[in-house]
Design a protein around this ligand. Structure first.
Ligand SMILES: [Zn+2]
Length: 282
């Protein structure tokens, strides 16, 4: 049976450090709020927190907030270890089984992509998957998700194993954009809802991490399509008659490609492109 991966939307958060991570842990978090509000919060600089991925309640959509090769600010001392996934829900209420299954699909896919065994890395020791709760004080001291070693958690680990096995049997991983850096045409604005401070708003940035030097000179949210368009126009690459309208159509994509090619940045890591755009527009 073919597994259906969720739709991935790139919603770049400014809250990350552009240094490579190890990819030996997959870390499950609970948002303590809804999907849209959590994404809106984690895309705000004031949050000083992020996660690589946040999935929707029905599992049909994933917002990628941070490129998978870089540090998200999700679990303090463990930020350099792996990929963080925010699962919408509240610890007190628990997570419905269908949502656990949707999360297991994402983790199963990542297990294959990064060659991580679908086993419980208790306390964050070794290679595998764990809950934020597992990581203790060094990980930010959050006790979200289920109790460590609870039947719910062990069932989830089994679901990830099943998903990983299913993916491993298939001729190849189903196409999914999780792996890649954001392309401009995939970038969308954060949901237009009031931000919900995740985890009660507790800081998850590790000591010494600083935001990328991206001033919001454009007046648009950092990393948003309109911000990108404003910078392209200023750099001399018009994006079409509508200007910075927030819609990344063919003309915007062509303008970005032209900018990148002119600077020898095609292809190039997303932060590098942003650095070049910053340099050209500030
Ligand atoms: Zn967490």
């Amino acid at each position: 049976m073919a597994l259906q991966m969720p739709r991935v939307i790139q919603r770049p958060s400014p809250n990350y450090t552009p240094t490579p991570i190890k990819h030996d842990l997959l870390i499950a978090h609970m948002t303590e709020g809804g999907y849209a509000g959590s994404v809106a919060w984690l895309c705000e600089r004031a949050a000083q927190a992020s996660a690589h991925l946040c999935m929707s309640e029905d599992g049909g959509e994933v917002s990628q907030l941070v490129p998978l090769q870089f540090k998200a600010w999700a679990q303090c001392a463990f930020n350099s270890r792996g990929v963080s996934l925010e699962i919408p829900g509240r610890t007190a209420a628990g997570i419905p089984e269908a949502r656990w299954r949707a999360a297991a699909l994402i983790f199963g896919w990542l297990c294959v992509a990064y060659d991580i065994a679908p086993v419980w890395a208790k306390d964050g020791q070794g290679r595998g998957l764990c809950q934020h709760h597992d990581l203790g004080g060094a990980g930010g001291g959050h006790v979200d998700c289920s109790t460590i070693g609870s039947p719910t958690w062990l069932t989830f680990v089994g679901m990830v194993q099943a998903a990983r096995d299913e993916f491993a049997r298939a001729p190849g991983l189903p196409p999914c954009l999780l792996h890649g850096l954001p392309n401009p045409h995939q970038v969308e604005l954060p949901p237009d809802v009031p931000p919900t401070p995740s985890h009660g708003g507790a800081a998850r940035v590790e000591p010494g991490s600083t935001p990328l030097p991206h001033p919001t000179a454009s007046g648009y949210p950092h990393g948003s399509v309109a911000d990108l368009q404003w910078r392209l126009i200023k750099a001399g690459y018009p994006v079409g008659p509508a200007g910075a309208d927030g819609f990344a159509g063919d003309l915007t994509r062509a303008a970005l490609a032209a900018f990148q090619k002119a600077r020898g940045l095609y292809p190039a890591p997303w932060p590098k492109v942003w650095q070049a755009l910053d340099a050209a527009t500030n």
